[in-house]
Design a protein around this ligand. Sequence first.
Ligand SMILES: [Zn+2]
Ligand SMILES: [Zn+2]
Length: 303
Amino acid sequence: MAQNKIILYYQFAPIADPQAVMLWQRALCEKLGLRGRILISKHGINGTLGGEINAVKAYTKETRKYPGFKNMEFKWSEGGAEDFPRLSVKTRDEIVAFGAPDELQVDENGVVGGGVHLKPEEVNKLVEERGDEVVFFDGRNAFEAKIGKFKNAIVPDVRTTHDFIREIESGKYDHIKDKPVVTYCTGGIRCEILSALMKNRGFKEIYQIDGGIVRYGEKYGDKELWEGSLYVFDKRMHMEFTPDTVTIGKCEQCGAPSNKFENCSNENCRELVLLCPECAADDAKRHCVPECSVDREAAEANA
Ligand SMILES: [Zn+2]
Ligand SMILES: [Zn+2]
């Protein structure tokens, strides 16, 4: 029986002709029958693909032939092409939309001027040595931290990655500009950029976690500095590192423990709401605000 797999990957590397790389990648994926999503910019590539295991292996081998991608790490997980509606391979100004395509500088070693990479054990060592001085700074959208985060982390008021620059320029975090700050996100890609943007704005001692929460959780589960569930961008919606994970999220309707987001019952809204199973099953409660009538697509189109 054919075995299927999913891969996740990114690489920051200068790409002289993103359009040509996009066409090459699209043809390669089509030939191999892969589905998923790939973004390419002049700063690099970010992708997730699913397919038959030998086809996925062939993809990684071919992709590493591009000089800038030769050391790219692929994270393997369970799943397959059927987890994606189609194949989408596109060029963009940014592989993660911070709204700073001209600020980000990339060379053959990756992002220029980013935070120091720490392995999970080095994160713990930093906290052992510097104690409460160390600040954890969540590099995700604020809602993701409702179900899990580093203990005592700062969670910026960020709806999408686009909001980070406004937040770090707001003055709210000026008191941590001289402290050791550890930025973290799901797999590390967002902090590659965020940590550079923070350094450019006067945050002096910035770190980022190699491989993000995923790698930290694989090493330490929830026994050390991480607590709760991890929000993930696929149909699982959340994952736990151990069977003993504490549910830190609370149903937004009744306060019962929950780690499962639901879509607002207004289908034009698309907002995710953290709900317990009882409230999720109740049409009168499955919404972000009472009688939600938000039309987010129209609002974004007008913005
Ligand atoms: Zn509830
Ligand atoms: Zn809503």
